[in-house]
Ligand binder design. Sequence first.
Ligand code: ADP
Length: 393
Amino acid sequence: MLILVLNSGSSSIKFQLLSMPSGTMMCSGFVERIGNPGARFYLETTKGEYDKEQEVPGHQKGLEIIATHLTNPELGLLQPGQKISAVGHRVVHGGKFYAQTVKVTQIVKEKIKELASLAPLHNPNNLLGIEVSEQLFPEAEQVAVFDTAFHQSIPEKAYRYAIPNVFYDDHGIRVYGFHGTSHKYVSERASEYLGRIPSRMITIHLGNGCSITAIRDGKSVDHSLGFGPSNGLIMGTRSGDIDHALIFYLLERGYTAEELNQILVKESGMYGLTRLRDLRDIQSAAEKGDRNSILALDMMSYRIRKYIGAYAAAMNGLDVLVFTAGIGENSALVREQVCGEMDYLGLEIDPDKNQKAKRGICEVQSFDGRVKILIVPTNEELEIARQTYQLLK
Ligand code: ADP
């Protein structure tokens, strides 16, 4: 079964074509800077790369370019008579309605639209991707895979905020959580690798966005991102946890709500502390003694350690810790800093195994460490394809 995975964002569409159930990737690529000068289409297949600057006024045109290339006989991606059976769409917000992947129906589209108030930057573009895809691939099943779905198992004591009930009842204000596709994928790969579903697992996704999930018997029971994707860990440009009093303090001093949002979402986090965007640059600067970079790395690791402690408390202990995404998979330094001084929990990293970790699933706990420490590469596109396949097979 050929499954096209689409991640339709505000100015880009990322895609992968996968053959299921093997999970073989036939091609991947993106259209970027949609609606802007310098728009670009990029496609990578086993036979080569196509990289073209071309005008892409909107998502309709962007998806048309993707569809034309996927079905171009010269590229040989589809065998004669072969069709794309399904399109799996990444949808950011499923609210309280979707704890599972679903086939797209009129009702599902209406719900995604209704939830745009909770994810204004994502849901409208995700829906646009679905609607254009319905026209371009009319014979394919359209499937929605929600970033929030995995966290629907979080119990009420953890997903509610202690604010007047009316905000929950009338406005839906609660923890929804995000990055669910990644946390689900890596926790399942970890379970497969270990040959059992661990009773108490923590998965840490460290990319540009960062989040941490407490997983009990395979189900998410707490998570650091909340109502929106800004809470918790220190991220590339987002602050993570702050005291909300500072927002009111700055509002009173003349900053507008819009400015503060921009500062906390786009100009804070590791970037706010170092003026550097890439963790590799922050690590190099720290090696050269840059005080801001050393402090930022310390702050990042300290925040993660606090959450590990909190989630170990929430689950009455810890059996497995998983690192994933760009930083989690590649930064031995961050992994070592996070796992330092946690021997009270039975968490001890082996510095040598950690340094030498290669791509793929690796175990890096020390010989005496009771908690397994795993590095598990994430693959959100494959997870979307797997869930789409499971639903349709
Ligand atoms: P996104 O959230 O955009 O998917 P990624 O998961 O690709 O992000 O992670 C991006 C982050 O991973 C960047 O901060 C980048 O610096 C970091 N990263 C990638 N490779 C390495 C590496 N070898 N060492 C340290 N950090 C890395």
